[in-house]
Write a protein that binds this ligand. Structure first.
Ligand SMILES: Nc1ncnc2c1ncn2[C@@H]1O[C@H](COP(=O)(O)OP(=O)(O)OP(=O)(O)O)[C@@H](O)[C@H]1O
Ligand SMILES: [Mg+2]
Length: 275
């Protein structure tokens, strides 16, 4: 029997998906700047057939020239193939949906029974979360960013609609508790000292709100209710998921989070060769 694996080599993380002997999907990721680790893993597991996708495909190919057969699949195809598989496995069924992939950057797709297409994106993504966190607070480690952001509070930094419309009703289409300006209080206050936790929570809010705003607008444009949010940026990050979910629901759309949200591309690359 051939040993088969799907690899999604992304800007930040390289994701692996493979079937164990019980035909259950196993998943793992490595930093993309440490590809020799991926090679070691592949050598140890006697892999001879690889489905490959992602922006770092060429770098992986260079390392894997000994492997018998590599089947390349375009990233968007792989991601949507994986999402279709995951939806079915988790018992979802939609006529149409928006897929927002929050990777290093963010890519947004539309999918229905017949077709899929990329409909937009933004450079604001998981890379922005780490990059801005590091520049504003010096905290570089991803786990630590999450840990501190969780404890933070955005109220002293973000400017809300109700902060602008003081003593009067805000316009009817704007809820008073919506963010009017991410980081907007800083420029109009005398305060210069901010807690690291609060700055990180606010960075996370900015990233989550930009991505959700764009996803919602594209969902409206495509007349679609369900928005499926994927990407490793959602890993262990309940707060980011809450920001995304609450805003999506407020705008009368339905957010969906898949179980293995970071691995759609790798699963799709695997399915492309075993199905
Ligand atoms: N262990 C981790 N190490 C680094 N980043 C992590 C980790 N866990 C979660 N992340 C977050 O996940 C993001 C990367 O997500 P993902 O793996 O989906 O992107 P990618 O596929 O590498 O990038 P792209 O699809 O844009 O090429 C990082 O920017 C970071 O915010
Ligand atoms: Mg990716």
């Amino acid at each position: 029997m051939t040993n088969t694996i799907g690899i999604d080599a992304g800007g930040t993380l390289t994701k692996l998906a493979y079937m164990n002997d019980q035909h259950e999907i196993q998943l793992q990721h490595f930093p993309s700047n440490d590809l020799p680790n991926v090679l070691d893993w592949i050598n140890q597991h006697d892999i001879d057939e690889i489905g490959l996708t992602g922006g770092r495909t060429e770098q992986v190919k260079v390392l894997l020239d000994k492997v018998n057969s590599i089947h390349y699949i375009v990233e968007f195809e792989a991601t949507l193939k994986g999402v279709r598989y995951q939806l079915e496995k988790e018992g979802y069924s939609f006529d149409k949906s928006i897929i927002t992939n929050i990777g290093t950057g963010t890519s947004i797709h539309y999918m229905d029974a017949e077709k899929h297409m990329r409909i937009g994106g933004t450079g604001v993504g998981g890379g922005t979360l780490i990059g801005l966190a590091s520049l504003t607070t010096g905290v570089h480690n991803y786990e630590e960013v999450l840990h501190l952001a969780k404890k933070g509070n955005r109220q002293g930094i973000d400017l809300l609609v109700q902060d602008i419309y003081q003593g009067m009703d805000s316009p009817t289409e704007l809820q008073p508790t919506l963010t009017a300006s991410n980081f907007g209080k800083v420029g109009i206050n005398d305060e210069t000292n901010y807690e690291t936790e609060d700055v990180l929570a606010t960075v996370q809010g900015l990233v989550g709100e930009v991505i959700t705003t764009l996803s919602i607008q594209l969902a409206e444009q495509m007349d679609t209710e369900h928005i499926i949010y994927i990407g490793t940026t959602l890993d262990n990050n309940e707060k980011l998921r809450d920001i995304i979910a609450n805003y999506t629901i407020l705008k009368k759309k339905t957010p969906i989070f898949l179980q293995d949200h970071g691995f759609s591309g790798a699963i799709g690359a695997l399915m492309n060769i075993i199905e």
